[in-house]
Design a protein around this ligand. Structure first.
Ligand SMILES: *Cc1c(COP(=O)(O)O)cnc(C)c1O
Length: 536
């Protein structure tokens, strides 16, 4: 109680003296006094941050969005998709509000040539609109938005307020889809990789601030975690500890707990992991995260825009999103099952205090005050507009009906596969994908993949155990009979020719598996990338 009173007394004194400064020396001096003078006074952190916040809010009012003051209302993916006609009207209205770089009023951000080259791109847009302008095809409306904002740059959120609005709304819709509360926030990025890089940067910087004694920060992740988590650890100087998964290919919660040490600053898991389409036991991992006070990142790049609808359709999906209280952040790709063009993902945080660690700032540049929320500096406006249009055009109804269609195709493919002697589905996948394995030692699944490729299919190889990843997409409806027939035939071919498992990619993977020194294999991968992009 005493402390409480004291705090208020202190606050009153501070406010009185601040008013004095303001009256005597004006606003700028007040800001200086506040930030410089009071920064280290105990208990004043909150006052400073709220003043800074209101300064920022005033600043933002210079470029209002959403037709009103600073703030936008929260938003859900609409229940029913908005008609393409309506969306086109919105597109025109927004293009009209946004600054037109062709008028020469801005001096950066948008680099366009007003010449044949520019006209060519514009013609493509006009042709497109003319040809498809009345179409009710999802991809076409997304493309129209994409083309309409092709030259706009989201680097500076003050220049193109409509882009800022669209990004904020995309994030708001994503937050509500993932059951975040009103505090959930995020940013758009260019893809899953950038989203995960940003999450790792965020939690590294958080740990630096909160636990400065940790010199060698570590991430703990199941073996099935997408390699981008290792890439992020590599880029940002962290160590990643991989933990073996259980026989069901899910993160082993006990083993994860055992791996936690004094340097652990982040745990990661997936919804679902890409290899086999299986969701990790995230509720349990969330409890673990809370128990040890460690943030938990859920990589839902693959499933973020699919699992919510699969669950709503009535399928068994374990809880994995912000409903699990230990989940700190989620990455979800809009350019996968969000049905947007490539280059759109969301990195979501439980609250804005976490998100702040993502923002890079630089105040010393002669070119002005600089801040940037993600890896990219210039951020393509086209991808933000396309993502926004994709979500609004489909609406919940559209996403649900696509999810149902894809779950039906998945079910019938899985059933067909199980009927082929020698083939099996790995574990119990949760959504629109599965990994194809073999349950017969005479059927080497990677050799089956090699034979399938001679028939024109492109197969995705998993290792440990060998299997084939299949993500299901709408066009698989038409090809599913053929793929099953060719699989059955390929299995027979492999069974009757033992030599095949020593050849092709089956042979390469087999040989690689016998090399204990993974450095050699990494050198091989480096050589591969170096050579394949070389002119001969
Ligand atoms: C696709 C994917 C990523 C990486 O995303 P990109 O968009 O390829 O950069 C990360 N994790 C999972 C689970 C994915 O499916």
């Amino acid at each position: 109680m005493l402390i409480f009173l004291f705090e208020h007394l202190l606050l009153a004194l501070v406010i009185a003296s601040l008013i004095g400064v303001y009256l005597a020396k004006g606003r700028d001096e007040l800001m200086r006094v506040l930030v410089v003078g009071l920064k280290n006074v105990p208990g004043m952190g909150g006052v400073i941050s709220s003043v800074l916040k209101s300064e920022a809010t005033n600043f933002i009012k210079q470029t209002p969005i959403g037709g009103g003051g600073g703030k936008l209302p929260g938003m859900k993916i609409p229940e029913k998709g908005i008609s393409h006609e309506e969306l086109r009207k919105k597109l025109l209205a927004m293009k009209e509000k946004e600054i037109d770089h062709e008028k020469g009023q801005i001096f950066a951000y948008t680099y366009t040539l007003r010449d044949d080259h520019y006209n060519l791109q514009k013609d493509v847009f006009d042709m497109f609109t003319e040809k498809f302008g009345n179409s009710e095809n999802h991809e076409e409306i997304v493309r129209e938005f994409h083309l309409a904002f092709l030259h706009e740059n989201a680097l500076n959120p003050m220049i193109y307020p409509c882009l800022r609005q669209m990004e904020t709304e995309v994030i708001s819709m994503t937050a509500s889809m993932l059951h975040g509360d009103e505090n959930a926030v995020g940013f758009m990025t260019s893809g899953g990789t950038e989203s995960i890089l940003m999450a790792v940067k965020t939690f590294r910087d958080r740990a630096k601030k909160l636990y400065p004694h940790i010199k060698n920060p570590e991430i703990i992740a199941p073996r099935t975690q997408h390699p981008v988590m290792a890439k992020a650890a590599h880029y940002f100087g962290l160590t990643i500890k991989h933990v073996p998964v259980g026989p069901d290919y899910k993160a082993d919660v006990k083993a994860m707990e055992k791996a936690i040490g004094p340097n652990t600053i982040l745990m990661a898991c997936s919804a679902p992991q890409f290899c086999h389409g299986i969701v990790d036991p995230i509720e349990e991992l969330s409890t673990l995260a809370l128990k040890h006070g460690i943030p938990l990142h859920v990589d839902a790049c693959f499933g973020g825009f699919m699992l919510p609808w699969v669950e709503k359709l009535g399928y068994q999906v374990p809880k994995w999103d912000f409903r699990c209280p230990g989940v700190s952040s989620i990455s979800a790709d809009i350019h996968k099952y969000g049905y947007c063009v490539k280059g759109a993902s969301a990195i979501m945080y439980r609250d804005s205090e976490l998100r702040k660690y993502q923002i890079f700032t630089y105040a010393e540049w002669p070119g002005g005050l600089y801040g940037s929320p993600s890896m990219a500096g210039t951020r393509p406006g086209a991808n933000i507009a396309a993502a926004w249009a994709s979500m609004l055009a489909l609406g919940e109804e559209g996403y649900m009906s696509k999810a149902k269609e894809l779950m039906d195709i998945t079910a019938s493919l899985k059933e067909g596969v199980q009927k082929i002697d020698g083939l099996t589905v790995i574990g119990e996948p949760h959504m629109t994908c599965f990994a194809l394995g073999s349950n017969d030692p005479d059927v080497h699944i990677l050799a089956v993949a090699d034979v399938m490729e001679t028939k024109g299919w492109k197969m995705e190889r998993n290792q440990k155990p060998d299997s084939l990843h299949c993500s299901i997409l709408p066009h698989h409806k038409a090809s599913s009979d053929q793929v099953l027939a060719d699989l059955a035939e390929s299995v027979n071919t492999v069974r009757n020719d033992k030599g095949l498992q020593k050849k092709g990619t089956a042979g390469i993977y087999g040989m690689m598996a016998t090399i204990p020194d993974k450095a050699i294999i990494n050198d091989f991968i480096t050589e591969f990338f170096s050579e394949i992009y070389t002119l001969k």
